[in-house]
Design a protein around this ligand. Structure first.
Ligand SMILES: [Zn+2]
Ligand SMILES: [Zn+2]
Ligand SMILES: [Zn+2]
Length: 382
């Protein structure tokens, strides 16, 4: 199985670790067990200097660091679009993947009136429709997917500055959008309840701002075979079998699953007024999905809900995931297997606390106090 993460960021994007460079991507991906990652921030001129050195594998549109074939790269990035639609301010994050390096060069040229230098995820004052028009004019082989679609701010279906469907945003380009990124706070079951997402593939990507494995590849996509960009595009077609399943966290672990107020320390599943401050709660993804769903049962794309290994060790030892002892135990395990291997399939021997917790994680027995208003959900065992 090949695991791929299509949403990453370099050190040049806002609030991202200074260690996020191409070599770092490679090392963390190896430890995690990812075989393919997006270069992230491909429009940024400084990050580009590193990306320019990647070597293309036999005209496949996939690239590697010279002499390091274990991790492949696909050129990609994220843009932050600010624009007015029917008098309302919209703020939408879109990700793209490129058929090869050449098309990114053309895209950079097409966007040269904008400041691509200020942020790895540049802010462009252009609509979703007009951005797609520029991109697909260069090549219809570009892959575009809306990022973390449900987050209240920046999600294309988010309630603060998004839309109520994809068609209003993409217009005539909507049929070219074959996939969406679910984001941490929703899962395949939730997204399958949305009528206008019926024909889309649901992606799980990490959007990692750090190389720490508690973030890097935390969510990813599993493929039976992916030897070229062309394969990748085909795998997003409805009847393809190459795209096998996604690996996600439980949506309750996500930072916007429930409605609530961080400052007031209050949350609940449905939307309402905060009993502490009297203002409307920040709407959670569970409630927003409910609003846009119909009651029709649909086939659900396969997904495994798994907590990152450091969180599992932390829970087993009753320590913080950032503590020294968790770090040490994590490193010890990684000497034997990569992280995804431990999480999903490695044979577990012995019955120490960590081994038991790895199995409970696989069985979906870890529970969560749901996240809300930007706070992560808190894992616990009954
Ligand atoms: Zn984003
Ligand atoms: Zn991002
Ligand atoms: Zn409040």
């Amino acid at each position: 199985m090949l695991y791929a993460d299509f949403h990453t960021h370099s050190q040049y994007a806002y609030a991202v670790s200074k260690k996020n460079n191409v070599q770092g991507f490679y090392e963390s991906s190896l430890k995690k067990g990812l075989g393919l990652v997006s270069t992230g921030d491909a429009l940024h001129p400084e990050h580009w200097k590193e990306l320019d050195k990647l070597i293309e594998i036999n005209n496949t549109g996939l690239y590697t660091i010279q002499g390091k074939p274990e991790v492949k790269f696909v050129f990609g990035g994220e843009v932050s679009l600010f624009f007015k639609h029917e008098e309302k301010q919209k703020k939408i994050h879109l990700c793209f993947l490129s058929p090869s390096k050449t098309e990114v060069e053309s895209l950079k040229d097409e966007l040269k009136e904008y400041n691509l230098k200020s942020d790895g995820r540049p802010i462009l004052k252009i609509s979703v429709h007009d951005f797609c028009s520029k991109l697909f004019k260069i090549s219809e082989e570009f892959t575009v997917f809306p990022a973390h679609v449900w987050t209240p701010w920046f999600g294309i279906l988010g309630e603060k500055s998004g839309f109520n469907n994809l068609k209003d945003a993409f217009q005539e380009y909507e049929p070219l959008i074959k996939s969406i990124e679910m984001g941490m706070s929703s899962d395949c079951e939730m997204n399958s309840r949305i009528p206008f997402l019926e024909s889309k593939k649901f992606l799980a990507n990490s959007d990692a701002h750090s190389l720490d494995l508690v973030r890097w590849g935390r969510e990813c996509n599993a493929f039976t075979k992916l030897e070229s960009y062309h394969n990748l595009q085909k795998s997003f077609e409805l009847n393809s079998t190459e795209f096998s399943y996604v690996v996600k966290v439980d949506p309750a672990y996500g930072r916007y699953h429930y409605c609530g107020h961080k400052g007031c320390g209050y949350s609940q599943e449905s939307q309402g007024i905060c009993p502490k401050c009297g203002k409307p709660l920040i709407r959670g993804v569970a409630s927003r999905v409910d609003e846009l769903s119909d009651k029709v049962e649909r086939k659900v794309q396969k997904n495994f809900k798994i907590l990152p290994l450091k969180e599992v060790i932390a829970l087993a030892l009753n320590k913080k995931s950032s503590s020294k002892i968790v770090e040490k135990e994590h490193e010890k395990l990684l000497k034997e297997n990569n992280e995804l291997n431990w999480l999903l399939e490695a044979k577990i021997e012995g019955d120490n606390k960590i081994s038991k917790m790895i199995l409970l994680n696989r069985q979906g027995k870890i529970k969560f106090k749901p996240g809300y208003d930007g706070l992560y959900g808190i894992p616990f065992m009954l």
